[in-house]
Write a new protein. Sequence first.
Length: 221
Amino acid sequence: MGSLFKYLTDFIKDKTTTWGFKTALFISIITLVCLTDYFVGFSKNYHFNNKIEQLEKLTKLKQAFLTDSTVLKEFQEMESKVIQNKHYSERLSSLFSKENESKNLSSSKIKGQNESSKNADTTNRSVRSIFWMALSSNYLIAIILPFLVFLPFYNKESRTGKGILSWFSSLVILAIMITIFTWFAYLIPLIGNNPNWNYLLNIVMHSVFWFAIIMLGKKNK
């Protein structure tokens, strides 16, 4: 562990390596570790096992303090927090699913109450599409993305070691930006029960944001 820390310290202090390369390498390593963990599930298994152990301990403690209502209530609150504690993969999965859950709930209510198909269609139309929300709030990035994805095929420098590293880290940064912009767009309530207004607002906000960034960059030159 000490040798690893020393290697990282020497690498950061190394003046022969640019900060751009260091940043790209750091982003690439973190992304690969997170992707591996997300699909293989090392931390998820640890999270679930730890959760089960905590619940087992709390169950034993609750049985030991059955006569003490105050302590028992605190244990019950702890138990509730442990149950509600989610792994980061579950949080990512549910990031944009609230509205879809609302759609399913509305559809179930419609079926249960035997409402007309007209009302069902209206309800479905009022739910925003994740695809259109992501596209409308990131349309400029969507235009750039295909060129960046295929960059190594038509750019020789991108096929070198440093080039591939920079290319991969750029894709990661764009993916993070798309996620943040889409998440922010979902914070805006549905306008007039018509998602098209939200898509239009996303386009306007995205345009204004990048226009401000470009103008700020020109001003600082």
